[in-house]
Design a protein around this ligand. Structure first.
Ligand code: SF4
Length: 366
């Protein structure tokens, strides 16, 4: 199956989709069995300012008052501790200081030149609270990655798509220089060279073709095989948001979502987790699992999904019951998967061990 090229996958999809789904289900079951994982986290949007303007984004804002400062951040960490979260998910717009003088001024005032430096500082504070940071900063340089490796249990950057066509006028990424696939692949590749546990994914339904979707997954698969650092791949479905240029754009169909999950399972190496955000898949979680998914990503007991604020996360207990009814178990994992703990420095490995000593966390090495 791994030897198949993009045409073969497209033919399988078009001519024998039931075989595609059958193979994906078997592959998931062989590697991940009945365990469906998630990470209990707190979601901290550090700033909504961003140099890009993606057509579907409701997260982005010009407002400089959206910055989270260290005092407030410290309060959020205490809240996370009190709610038994292990992961602190730091999400923000990409390089806002390149676009906004206000962002530059804010950073200078608190003693930093770049947003990445500031995030690194917040990650230091997070580790000081014995919690594990996972940051999504957009495109970052090799030097910045070297710094972030010391303070992050894992990093995330969605490839979203390998299609440069979506940067053309009228397409989703026309106003987003940071969504150039070459830049994103470079960041993911540099993270691989530096052995940083990594999360990436594709965004489906933003105007890409099936062939572009397949090729995006193949690019991720190649990076994963070359560097062995991609621990999970998110299949994220576009969710139209009010007051965005794509608010009237149709969301992807059920078939589009489920077949993308199945293709991801077949194209990616078997140890890579296929993640689906449960709030974006409320009525099809079991079906998505039966198409190849095995992970539900970060679920927060205290904060909302700031990327899709109209879709509330389900309660852990409800998800657990739903899975149990179909003979699956919901198992907590950390933002670093067990097989990548060896990439972490001693300090972070110590925190991982503390969590494992204290309670049941997924420790499967498979
Ligand atoms: S999706 Fe991300 S990169 Fe695009 S505008 Fe929103 S915050 Fe910026």
């Amino acid at each position: 199956m791994n030897k198949m090229n993009s045409e073969n996958f497209l033919n399988l999809l078009n001519n024998d989709s039931s075989e595609l789904v059958r193979k994906a289900k078997i592959k998931r079951k062989r590697i991940h069995g009945k365990q469906i994982t998630f990470s209990r986290n707190i979601f901290v949007p550090v700033t909504h300012q961003c140099r890009n303007r993606c057509g579907y984004c409701s997260f982005v804002s010009d407002d400089p008052n959206t910055w989270v400062f260290p005092n407030k951040f410290g309060d959020l960490l205490l809240l996370a501790k009190n709610n038994n979260c292990k992961e602190v998910l730091l999400t923000l717009g990409e390089k806002p200081e390149e676009k906004y003088q206000t962002a530059k001024d804010i950073l200078r005032k608190i003693g930093f030149n770049t947003t990445v430096e500031y995030i690194n500082y917040l990650c230091e504070i997070t580790l000081g609270h014995h919690l594990l940071p996972h940051s999504n900063l957009g495109v970052v340089s090799h030097t910045e990655l070297q710094m972030l490796k010391q303070t992050n249990a894992s990093l995330g950057l969605m490839l979203e798509t390998n299609s440069t066509r979506l940067m053309n006028e009228g397409e989703a990424h026309y106003y987003s220089p940071g969504k150039d696939p070459c830049l994103r692949i470079e960041t993911i590749e540099n993270a691989g060279k530096l052995k940083i546990p990594f999360t990436t994914g594709i965004l489906i339904g933003i105007g890409e073709t099936w062939m572009e979707r397949i090729e995006s997954l193949q690019v991720i698969a190649e990076l994963s095989k070359k560097y062995n650092h991609i621990q999970e791949v998110i299949i994220q479905n576009f969710n139209p948001q009010e007051k965005t240029p794509m608010s009237k754009y149709p969301p992807p169909t059920e078939e589009n979502i489920l077949f993308s999950i199945a293709l991801a399972r077949l194209i990616l190496p078997e140890e890579v987790s296929i993640q689906i955000p449960p709030n974006l898949n409320k009525d099809r979680i079991i079906t998505a699992i039966n198409h190849g998914a095995n992970d539900l990503g970060g679920i927060s007991p205290i904060t909302i999904d700031f990327i899709n604020p109209n879709l509330i996360w389900q309660e852990e207990l409800d998800l657990s019951k739903e899975l149990h009814q179909s003979s699956f178990s919901l198992i907590e994992r950390l933002p670093v998967y067990p097989q990548y703990e060896k990439y972490l420095n001693i300090r972070m490995r110590g925190i991982v061990e503390e969590f494992k000593d204290n309670e049941k966390i997924s420790t499967s090495k498979d």
